[in-house]
Design a protein around this ligand. Structure first.
Ligand code: GDP
Length: 409
């Protein structure tokens, strides 16, 4: 069965925890005794079964080291398994996404329909856009508070549409829900017969898994070169396309070509390897190959450049200065870089452009920048091949910024 990982983002109190609790409950992902316990506790507080409370309760258990890890919540429907990647805050989320620690394939934006779009709704959805997460479902929650009004739903949907369009997100669905009562979550609600779209779970089931980009041109960044019994084994992961034995490949940045003589997919020898597979290969002339080289097909090369535009998220207490030398890592490549221009400096909480043609970036600020590297880098835009489209800046052992390549020059 496929697994789809997604994040839920939205303004505080708009119902994220309640929705997660409801999903677990409606998909039968909780043991019955747990539900009973929460029912009792909620009744004691004079409330209906509180799903947000349910999640807090699981959180407590997690702290005591028992059962469920709420940073990775699992549930399944008839057609697929799901992982909700919980991000305690946007900083962690952005950091995880950019560094590849967690890979959400889709996002759910939750908006309290009574309150409408708030500051964090904007901030979080902007981050989705920045991170190239374009598979988005919007749920308008707390429909019970507005008497399940279609008018109110339409008004908030229109606002959301306008805002999301301005940041290049076109959601697949807008769904009116009441997380607390389960309306339009697992099944269609009889309180909103005017709504003809899918339930929330149906909408999730219709989302696509991010395919390993096998149909694209070959990208094979060299991770390491090992000497074994006189052979030089070139190890790495195929990030895009297919690599075949006897195939002619071009090595960047040197531009030399060579032939792949064998492919080893531990423990056996194979004829081909596809995107996502980690392999070791031998080549006709292995001597010039080294970590950071990228193998590609001669007729479909990625960009080799020392200058490109990017969006970076600065995550360090130390202020970042234009033109200061810093280490950049992109896939297995590493070199020295400097930011030549900070086109705009953006407050990640308000999204206000604080300054044009800025000289510095402070902690948690976003910059749209032009980067120049000492050695040329092999890159792709983030939406094409993720591994070659994102990078980090490193100071000492610390990742102090993550970035996404928006345009190569
Ligand atoms: P979070 O901060 O986004 O995780 O929000 P919570 O899930 O903690 O919900 C915030 C408050 O909104 C809680 O008191 C919930 O009981 C309440 N809430 C969540 N969903 C609904 C809903 O569908 N209807 C109503 N009336 N209240 C809701």
């Amino acid at each position: 069965m496929d697994v789809l990982s997604f994040v839920i983002v939205g303004h505080v109190d708009h119902g994220k925890s309640t929705l997660i609790g409801r999903l677990l409950y409606d998909t039968g992902s909780l043991p019955p005794d747990k539900i009973q316990e929460v029912r009792k506790a909620s009744a004691g507080r004079g409330r209906e079964t509180e799903f947000a409370y349910l999640l807090d309760h699981l959180e407590e258990e997690r702290e005591q080291g028992i059962t469920i890890d709420t940073t990775q919540v699992f549930f399944k429907t008839d057609s697929r398994r799901y992982v909700i990647i919980d991000a305690p805050g946007h900083v962690e989320f952005v950091k995880n996404m950019i560094t590849g620690a967690s890979q959400a394939e889709a996002a759910v934006l939750i908006i309290d329909v009574a309150e409408g779009i708030k500051e964090q709704t904007k901030r979080h959805s902007y981050m989705l856009s920045l991170l190239g997460l374009h598979q988005v479902v919007v749920v308008l929650n707390k429909m019970d508070l507005v008497g399940f009004s279609q008018e109110r739903f339409d008004a908030v949907k229109k606002d959301a549409q306008q805002w999301l369009k301005s940041i290049s997100i076109e959601p697949f669905f807008y769904i009116p829900i009441s997380a607390i009562n389960g309306d339009n979550i697992a099944a269609k609600s009889d309180k909103m017969t005017w709504y003809t779209g899918p339930s929330f779970l149906e909408s999730l089931d219709s989302l696509k898994n991010a395919q390993p980009p096998q149909d694209k041109a070959l990208i094979f960044p060299v991770q390491d070169v090992y000497k074994i019994d006189g052979d030089r084994i070139i190890a790495g992961r195929v990030e895009a396309g297919v690599l075949r034995a006897n195939q002619l490949v071009k090595v960047l940045p040197s531009g030399q070509t060579t032939k792949v003589t064998s492919i080893q997919k531990f423990p056996s020898r194979v004829e081909l390897a596809v995107a996502g597979e980690s392999i070791g290969i031998t080549t006709e002339d292995p001597l010039f190959l080294d970590r950071g080289d990228v193998l590609c097909t001669p007729d479909a090369e990625p960009t080799l450049t020392d200058t490109f535009d990017a969006t970076i998220f600065w995550m360090s207490k130390n202020e970042f200065k234009k033109n200061k030398k810093i280490t950049i890592r992109c896939a297995t490549q590493e070199t020295t870089a400097k930011v030549e221009r900070i086109d705009s400096r953006i407050d990640s909480s308000t999204l206000d452009i604080l300054e044009r043609d800025a000289g510095t970036l402070k902690n948690l600020e976003v910059g749209q920048v032009t980067i120049k590297t000492k050695a040329p880098l092999v890159i792709k835009s983030f939406n094409d091949v993720r591994e070659l489209g994102r990078f980090v800046f490193v100071e000492g052992d610390n990742i102090c910024a993550g970035g996404i390549i928006t345009c190569d020059k």
